[in-house]
Write a protein that binds this ligand. Sequence first.
Ligand SMILES: Nc1ncnc2c1ncn2[C@@H]1O[C@H](COP(=O)(O)OP(=O)(O)O)[C@@H](O)[C@H]1O
Ligand SMILES: [Mg+2]
Length: 583
Amino acid sequence: MVGTLLSHLGKYKKDSILTPVWMIGEVLLEMFIPLLMGSIIDDGVEKGDMRHILIVGGVMVLAAGLGLLFGVLGAVYGSKASTGFAKNLRKAMYDNIQTFSFSNIDKFSTSGLVTRLTTDVTNIQNAYQMILRMCMRAPASLIMAMIMAFYVNARIASIYLVAVVLLGIILFFLIRVTMKYFSQVFKRYDKLNESVQENVSAIRVVKAYAREDYEEQKFSKASEAIYKMFVKAESLVILNMPIMQFTVYTCILVISWLGANMIVAGDLETGELSTLLAYCMNILMSLMMLSMVFVMVTLSIASGERIAEVLNEKADITNPENPVMEVPDGSVAFEHVNFGYYQNAEDFVLKDIDLKIRSGESIGVIGGTGSAKSSLVNLISRLYDVANGSVKVGGIDVREYDLEVLRTEVAVVLQNNVLFSGTILENLRWGNPDATEEECKRACELACADEFIQKMPAGYETHIEQGGTNVSGGQKQRLCIARALLKKPKILILDDSTSAVDTATDAKIRKAFLAEIPDTTKFIIAQRISSIQNCDRIIVMEDGVVNGFAAHEDLLKTNEIYRDVYESQMSGSGDFDAPGKED
Ligand SMILES: Nc1ncnc2c1ncn2[C@@H]1O[C@H](COP(=O)(O)OP(=O)(O)O)[C@@H](O)[C@H]1O
Ligand SMILES: [Mg+2]
């Protein structure tokens, strides 16, 4: 995990190395100050040597100033390194997510990905900065102060050794318990994040179902649990303080007592005692910082693992080595295709699909929800890969095409499609960035979107809100169709894309397709038989197998399911999921 993350340091490696160097510089200079102070007291004050006081005092100011400078440099380089590292991590994750196939995306939740890109990266950034600044500084300061203390007076310095070892043991156990709590807190935190994101993005549904109270309670519960955990964990962390202070003051007491006795006996000088006391503080502070680094690092381990998970996820649909760069025509063939969403699934979602579709044909696809209509068409533009068998477009296996080429030629209007925030024109050009305004208008006419766009206040410059909330469902669908048409694809797939469009407009769109893009192979998934009955041929799907594949008239004669649904829909009730059960 650490290796994966660090490989994204990039140009911030230099800053990452320099930060600890500056920090060690700071420590070295800091270490001199107590020695100098001791000298001022012993050689200056006690002997009444003003000159000595001034000189050593001057050196002290210089050392302090330089130490400050190094400290500032360490802070600056540390921030640069850690924020830069965070930037690189975010970019690497974002880039990798862009390569994900649908099945890669299925593995992560959207809110999970957002949390990883934001909160988790921030955790790593803070921990990294802390590590850079403290992981060298604290041990260095500890060891240096220890050496200096032994140099001044070994007998008294051995008291530190005892204190450090004792404190180290106590801290170790404290941290272990704390870590347990914190790792639990973070798991719950994830849950809370997920529920917040889900609720906020579906706030309209929550309101429509008057579920605010329920959601509020759910949230309060989750947040209360986290609060309690945090209090537990934090109160352990805060135990650090009294333990620390108790040790510090005990040390000072013992040293003062021992030191005073030694001074009276003439074994120690007053200045040396004050030097030793200063080192005592130094040593214990470093220990405290070390413990904080440990806590910080543990907190970020979970985040690091979550980031590494995204970085290590390999896109399972990639370009072949020598990709075919041109799609010869719009013919489609399924050759004994099996397909499942999970690799080891026993039951395939699509079972032994074998179909041949000519270029330019219009194909209706009909079947109950869950009968795998969407799964079937998603294989054509290689949104998913088949388990076995093959899907061919223009006579060539889709796995041999360059992905971008294939997806430009096979335009899909997905079942739950989205618009992006921006003007209508910007949204349309998503399909084809080079489309002229004329072409955009033309596509909108074909998709029957022109009429309502004309009526909008700013026409084609009207701003679409995030998620397309300021257009109706049917208008959104028509815009999505226009966007797909702008690609001028050889194959156009409409996955239930006119479900929210009224029947008359639906018919108008289909008529326009027939007249204006006769050479494009069209797949139209629909619930209403009226939407597809004029197609050249119709696929009847049932539970992942093709139940019938023929023209409307033939299906009426030969296919029982089709006939049932047709009759129930003609009598004005029932749809594919409950054929005619109402009467
Ligand atoms: N992304 C997915 N991950 C796992 N299972 C899925 C996914 N999408 C669809 N399925 C399952 O595959 C089956 C067929 O779904 P789908 O092709 O969407 O049917 P339809 O479009 O006919 O309603 C369903 O049982 C559904 O639960
Ligand atoms: Mg579907």
